[in-house]
Design a protein around this ligand. Structure first.
Ligand code: FAD
Length: 569
């Protein structure tokens, strides 16, 4: 049989993978193969329907990875959702388009990632974006923007769903949150995220359908003869050259599909874009990782990087539900992003001091639960960066998503920067086995406290007029079941029995200097390899306050330029 060979082989045709595939195949002399376990969802109504959030969950396009039992959170498992389709998780997500706070991206450079700061990433946020100016009707319902923050010529349609929730709502929210010290933020995407905002979505505002990575970066380009996507094809591991040069050289990827097992060869690079759960697992299956873990499964160590799979950061999501007194039609787009000062008021310095004094202990716990991979000093430095972001820079502390739908008014919320650090590691040499995913939710009391403190802030907002006038009883958890003055143990029990993952895993192949525990360099190349990169959510070293796709698209755009420069293509 003839053995196919491409310049670049990309593992994962998801959010990040399709960006890189698109950009590299702009040059028709360059051949690109994308290996994707899923299939087309172009006309799947569970994907396209802008009000269909959740309908794809549990279907065959949801990986639905079970986590390990969460020992700090009552012992249950969570379901980590992720899309299995051309377009990846962007085909099943909540579509919110929010970037990050500027100083969070600046922090990437401060810890040693040369060239990564808000200013240098900003042109890639706009390069990826096709901002759709809201209509007068959408503006009357709260859509707002500064055009200088947006790109109008990119691939990804960003805008508002055609029908936003009733126009009466925003002024009432604004009056309410102003009394709590949270101002209106006209545009959350300029690097300043704090406030009440009507965020845009990844949506095609004209067709009123979901805009996912495939619609943006693949379908319009599917006829490029130098771009090949292999669907229903599972990547097992990287295949290395036999030479014994100091850097490991990838020659291709072993894949499995209905035709059996074969190798797809790469003459230039293998690029991992399988997401924050799978990319570190593929590295381990390929012999890149912690020797103690690899040896357990008789995998030959190709590159010793013990931190592969460590540094997993996700958030925890919870909800409060009210009866609505008004009837709400349309798609809700309002979020509240309070800073720590706004949330804690005069108590903020106590909270800051408590967290500061706990961080040495937190660092010990993380180091001890990292299979010997994470050093206390490195994680303590990361915690200091995080403490500064929260308490000095006052990045948003939580996101509170307001969901007035028909006759109910629900809230989903998550503290944005928990201190828990977990990991993802293979638990078998069989590539088809789901890795052990252990986010360590509520590893630290501060993470639990934050969840409770934000819930109390939400209750305060909903008992403040005019918002209070719009709702009836809180039916979940309900004041009878969980009074405001309930003891901490009851609040904690409620949090642990009701939370879910926020589906924002990052950090499992962190971009950091190698001596600081990094897996990839500032060009996203895996240390110790000549030609393997990771380009997905795994490389984000510190959790960001935006939803993830906006940042992932920008990172993928930026690394595409770096790869093109490297090969002069
Ligand atoms: P993915 O997009 O997941 O791409 C990975 C691809 O690799 C997938 O297509 C997968 O099928 C494929 N793959 C994996 N393993 C293999 C293998 N072995 N062989 C071949 N292919 C493989 N972000 C937002 O910005 N806004 C939101 O509102 C939002 N809501 C969310 C709601 C949910 C339910 C979820 C799950 C996530 C949400 N996110 C949201 C997060 C965001 O969608 C993801 O972080 C992002 O899409 C991840 O991009 P990625 O490129 O890292 O991985």
């Amino acid at each position: 049989a003839n053995t196919p060979i491409y310049d670049f082989v990309i593992v994962g045709g998801g959010t990040s993978g399709l960006v890189v595939a698109n950009r590299l195949s702009e040059n028709k002399d360059i051949t690109v193969a994308v290996i994707e376990a899923g299939d087309s969802v172009f006309s799947n109504p569970n994907v396209t329907n802008v009000n269909g959030y959740g309908r794809a969950f549990g279907t065959n396009i949801d990986w639905a990875y079970p986590t390990e039992p969460q020992i700090y959170a009552g012992g249950g498992r969570q379901i980590m959702r992720a899309g299995k389709a051309i377009g990846g998780t962007s085909t099943i997500n909540g579509m919110a388009y929010t970037r990050a706070q500027d100083v969070q991206i600046d922090a990437w450079e401060q810890v040693g990632n040369d060239g990564w700061n808000w200013k240098s990433l900003f042109p890639y946020f706009t390069k990826s974006e096709e901002f759709q100016i809201p209509t007068r009707n959408q503006i009357s319902r709260g859509a707002d923007y500064y055009i200088t923050y947006h790109g109008e010529n990119g691939n990804l349609k960003v805008g508002w769903p055609s029908l936003i929730t009733n126009r009466t709502l925003l002024p009432l929210l604004d009056q309410t949150f102003n009394q709590l010290g949270v101002p209106f933020n006209r545009d959350v995407n300029g690097g300043r995220m704090v406030g009440l905002t009507s965020h845009p979505d990844t949506v095609d505002s004209t067709e009123n359908i979901r805009e996912d990575a495939a619609r943006a970066y693949y379908w319009p380009y599917q006829n490029r003869s130098n771009l090949k996507i292999l669907t229903n094809t599972f990547a097992n591991k990287i295949i290395w050259s036999n030479d014994t040069r100091s850097e490991a050289t990838a020659v291709g990827v072993e894949v499995k599909n209905s035709r059996g097992v074969q190798t797809i060869y790469a003459s230039k690079e293998v690029i991992l874009a399988a997401g924050a759960v799978k990319s570190p697992a593929i590295l381990e299956l390929s012999g890149v990782g912690n020797p103690d873990i690899l040896r357990k499964y008789n995998i030959t160590v190709k590159v010793n990087i013990p931190t592969v799979g460590e540094n997993l950061q996700d958030q925890t999501n919870n909800g409060i539900n009210y009866q609505g007194l008004e009837f709400w039609l349309g798609s809700p787009t309002f979020s509240v992003l309070p800073s720590a000062n706004q949330l804690y008021g005069s108590n903020v310095s106590n909270v800051a001091a408590y967290v500061k004094s706990s961080m040495t202990e937190y660092a010990k716990v993380v180091a001890n639960s990292s299979n010997g991979a994470v050093s206390e000093a490195n994680i303590l430095e990361a915690f200091q960066v995080q403490h500064d972001l929260i308490f000095k820079s006052q990045v948003p502390y939580a996101e509170i998503v307001l969901l007035p739908i028909l006759d109910s008014f629900s809230v989903e919320y998550w503290p944005l920067l928990p201190f828990a650090r977990g990991n993802v590691h293979i638990k078998s040499a069989d590539p088809s086995a789901t890795p052990a995913i252990n986010p360590n939710f509520f590893q630290f009391s501060q993470d639990l406290d934050a969840q409770v403190d934000v819930a109390k802030f939400i209750r305060k907002a909903f008992s403040t007029n005019p918002l209070n006038d719009l709702v009836g009883d809180e039916f979940a958890p309900g004041l009878d079941n969980l009074p405001n003055d309930a003891p901490a143990s009851e609040w904690n029990d409620w949090v642990k029995s009701n939370y879910r993952t926020n589906y924002h895993p990052v950090g499992t192949a962190s971009m950091l200097p190698r001596e600081k525990g990094g897996v990839v360099s500032s060009t996203l190349k895996v240390y110790g390899t000549k030609n393997v990169r990771v380009v997905d959510a795994s490389i984000i070293p510190f959790q960001v306050c935006g939803h993830l796709t906006a940042t992932i698209y920008a990172v993928a755009e930026k690394v595409s330029d770096a790869i093109k420069n490297r090969y002069r293509i």
